[in-house]
Design a binder for this molecule. Structure first.
Ligand code: PLP
Length: 395
């Protein structure tokens, strides 16, 4: 039988990491000590008190049955309280909070609720690939909002043609940002709310990194801006904050109709997150927060070592105020892919080409701070020995 894949699979862009994975496997096979700055996955363990709660909850047979579609009530209450404490945002746990099986799950399903074939979504570029792909899976089209250094990696809303804005149903934004490490301030979110009201666009803010920030900086929630809840929702996740990427627990909050629409889609696809994992999530949100600060301290230390080392090698990367990503400009004469290939083959360092996150990411590589500082030191030593910058190399 000839298996014919659906158009939505055939339309998929080539897998971002395919070529890198192949080169990496070759090097590992040759015995090269590869340093992986490629993946945005915390290397630090989930705090013990959260694991302990899972162990207890997993033994309770009441948790072995199907969970509630919209999420365990206690978990949603806990999310609402956390939002109140952390951001001063009041949420109704019943209608304005929904448990997700990781925020990627919610982001990926959202367009099914609001995009009809041919509808437009405003999607940043470079970006987390899910926004565009989920739009495409729902039959929609993406209009890409370039994130460039000149505009501090924020979309320029004045650049969006009126015709496009009128057709758009959704807008995705993500701050603190993956892959650029950029942050957004109140003024930008206010502009987004005004724009969304004018053109009746649902704003989906991906806030996965609000708790990963440095030097005392505290990223804000999009929902802190007056009127935000009328136009939008915010995706959040326990993945990065509590080193829980493997646990698959996130949530969406905000506009009740939008949250409800996503809930309708989900109730026809999945059957909720394991209750024992939600109990552990409550422990994470309500328990000791010192591991979050400790994480930030560790990532901050790694960031400083990497930034300093890159500068010494002639690479002018800015220190991010938040996220565990360094968005490093490529040296003159190198495309993103060429520089990624050089770093891998000549220095055994895995990074991600900026262009893989969208064409405006050309000219950058993303480095994730997800290895111990000794490995980062080793990485910068190796980068300094490369001869991409002849003046620096001969100095
Ligand atoms: C890591 C990440 C997420 C979180 O994904 P989960 O599914 O919650 O693990 C969401 N958005 C962005 C931009 C991310 O980098």
């Amino acid at each position: 039988m000839a298996v014919m894949k659906a158009d939505r699979l055939r339309q998929l862009p080539p897998y971002l990491f395919a070529e890198i994975d192949r080169l990496k496997a070759e090097l590992v096979a040759k015995g090269v000590d590869v340093i992986n700055l490629g993946v945005g996955d915390p290397d630090l363990p989930t705090p013990d008190h959260i694991i302990g709660e899972l162990a207890v909850a997993a033994k309770d047979p009441a948790n072995h049955q199907y969970p509630s579609y919209s999420g365990m009530n206690n978990f949603r209450v806990s999310v609402a309280e956390w939002y109140g404490k952390r951001f001063g945002v009041q949420l109704d746990p019943v209608s304005e909070v929904l448990t997700l099986i990781g925020s990627k799950e919610g982001i990926a399903h959202l367009p099914l609720a609001f995009i009809n074939p041919g509808d437009l979504a405003l999607v940043p570029s470079p970006a987390y690939p899910v926004y565009h792909i989920a739009t495409m899976f729902a039959g929609g089209e993406s209009w890409f909002m370039p994130l460039v250094k000149e505009n501090r990696f924020l979309p320029d809303l004045d650049d969006i043609p009126t015709e496009v804005a009128r057709r758009a149903k959704l807008m995705f934004i993500n701050y603190p940002n993956n892959p650029t490490g950029a942050v957004a301030e109140r003024g930008f979110f206010e502009q987004v709310v005004e724009f969304a009201k004018k053109y009746e666009i649902i704003v989906c803010h991906d806030a996965a990194y609000t708790e990963m920030a440095f030097d005392g900086y505290r990223p804000m929630s999009f929902l802190e801006v007056p009127g935000a809840k009328e136009v939008g929702i915010e995706f959040h996740s326990l993945s990065k904050t509590y080193n829980m990427t493997g646990w698959r627990l996130g949530f969406v909050v905000g506009n009740a109709e939008v949250v409800g629409g996503l809930g309708q889609i989900k109730s026809n696809i999945d059957s909720g997150a394991f209750n024992a994992v939600q109990f552990a999530g409550i422990k994470a949100l309500e328990g000791d927060q010192s591991p979050v600060a400790e994480n930030c301290r560790i990532y901050g230390e790694r960031r400083d070592i990497l930034i300093e080392g890159l500068k010494a090698a002639g690479l002018d990367a800015e220190a991010p105020k938040a996220t565990f990503y360094v968005w490093c400009p490529t040296p003159a004469g190198f495309t993103s892919k060429e520089f990624t290939a050089l770093l891998l083959t000549e220095a055994g360092i895995v990074t991600t080409p900026g262009s893989g996150f969208g064409e405006p990411g050309e000219g950058y590589v993303r480095m994730a701070l997800t290895v111990p500082k000794e490995r980062i030191r080793e990485a910068v030593e190796r980068i300094r020995k490369l001869s991409f910058n002849t003046t620096k190399a001969s100095a």
